[in-house]
Design a protein. Structure first.
Length: 390
């Protein structure tokens, strides 16, 4: 691989490309000049193998209805086996137009209106909306903050499960707090859900983004009952291709698969286009060396940010994330309410971050910062924040 393909320091101008992260700044923050570190995509180039695959497909002048070829499924299966020691079967895989639509489909397929679904805040905002928008009831099992990082509150989960909830939506690795769950934590969670005959929908979209020394454990690989876990995954976060809009649900149980396929059929939404298929396949087949380099680069960004925060940002702390490219900032030491905190980051620091209130219980007083950018951009953001704190 040419070293120029791994030049993550190279700035890329995304303005004017209809990029949500950059071109929605005025609508989102009221200021088109903020430095945007909010939407969870990266300002870093996707693997050159993906770009080549897209260009090759674009060279064919017909962009018609597209099948999912054998090469796509084999690339996915090989990646899961080699990277995550998880052997999946082709029949288990349901192609979907994104992880969030997949979450909604599972909620519709496995629960009835009015039934309870457990979520574990602070967590990715659509976890709440896919439940409520489908007429189900959110039951919160908040994560428990500890000096070493966030943890499951298993005693409270037992109580939540006893209310009759049929589904738990897990975020693994966790957005926004950056936990990569250990096997003992996951098996304890599975034991509770097993006793209460619950299904876990495990959103593992960040499964490949674990910092050196950390290991992601697919929940389904740990489960005794194949019907107890449905996994949502995608190459979108891993390879910075979320705009291609293709994901998978991995569902070993045939009855659940049949129900899920029926739900997707009622949407009349195709998961496939020729470019998403080409990008998906190339990413999983050829993107490994690029990902290895990316993880080292993101670890450098993380360490830069943590050192800077500790040395120069009084009133702000951050627990060292184990995975994702997201940094969860605890700003409660600034003694600002959430509206004032949001305004401070925009008006004083010139930064567009995601406010913690978007992530539900436990998010107040926090901000989420996206580390997926050239290191000079992260340095600039930190300097702007330090200057704002004066």
């Amino acid at each position: 691989m040419d070293k120029t393909e791994l030049d993550f320091d190279r700035p890329i101008d995304r303005e004017g490309t209809a990029a949500v992260k950059w071109d929605a700044r005025l609508a989102q923050f009221g200021d088109p000049g903020v430095l945007p570190l909010w939407v969870a995509d990266m300002d870093l180039p996707a693997p050159a193998a993906v770009t080549r695959a897209l260009a090759a497909r674009a060279a064919h002048p017909v962009y018609g209805y597209t099948l999912f070829p054998d090469a796509l499924f084999s690339a996915l299966a090989d990646w899961m086996r080699e990277r995550h020691h998880w052997v999946i079967e082709r029949d288990w895989v349901i192609m979907a137009p994104g992880v969030v639509p997949s979450l909604a489909a599972v909620v519709q397929a496995l629960t009835e209106p009015g039934e309870a679904v457990i979520v574990q805040p602070p967590v990715y905002a659509p976890f709440f909306s896919v439940v409520r928008a489908n007429g189900r009831r959110v039951v919160e099992n908040p994560l428990r903050p500890t000096p070493a990082g966030y943890a499951f509150d298993l005693d409270h989960l037992e109580h939540c499960a006893a209310t009759g909830a049929r589904l738990l939506i897990l975020c693994s690795p966790h957005n926004p707090v950056g936990r990569v769950w250990r096997t003992d934590e996951l098996t304890a969670l599975l034991e509770i859900t097993r006793r209460h005959r619950m299904v876990v929908l495990s959103d593992e979209i960040h499964h490949d983004l674990c910092f050196p020394g950390e290991v992601h454990h697919p929940l389904a690989r740990l489960a005794e009952d194949p019907a107890s876990v449905i996994t949502a995954a995608a190459p979108s976060k891993t390879f910075n291709i979320p705009g291609l809009g293709l994901s998978v649900l991995i569902c070993p149980d045939p009855i659940q698969r049949r129900t899920l396929r029926h739900v997707f059929d009622t949407f009349h939404v195709s998961a496939s286009n020729p470019f998403s298929v080409a990008g998906f396949t190339a990413a999983y087949r050829e993107g490994g060396p690029w990902l290895d380099a990316l993880l080292g680069y993101l670890a450098g960004n993380r360490d830069l940010a943590l050192d800077f925060i500790a040395a120069r940002l009084p009133g702000i702390t951050a627990i060292r994330p184990e995975g994702t490219y997201l940094l969860w900032l605890d700003c409660r030491g600034l003694s600002l309410d959430d509206a004032a905190l949001h305004a401070f980051f925009i008006q004083r620091a010139g930064l567009g971050l995601s406010p913690g209130t978007l992530f539900g219980t436990g998010g107040s007083g926090h901000m989420r910062l996206n580390l997926g950018a050239p290191r000079a951009v992260i340095q600039q953001a930190l300097e702007q924040l330090a200057a704002a704190l004066g």
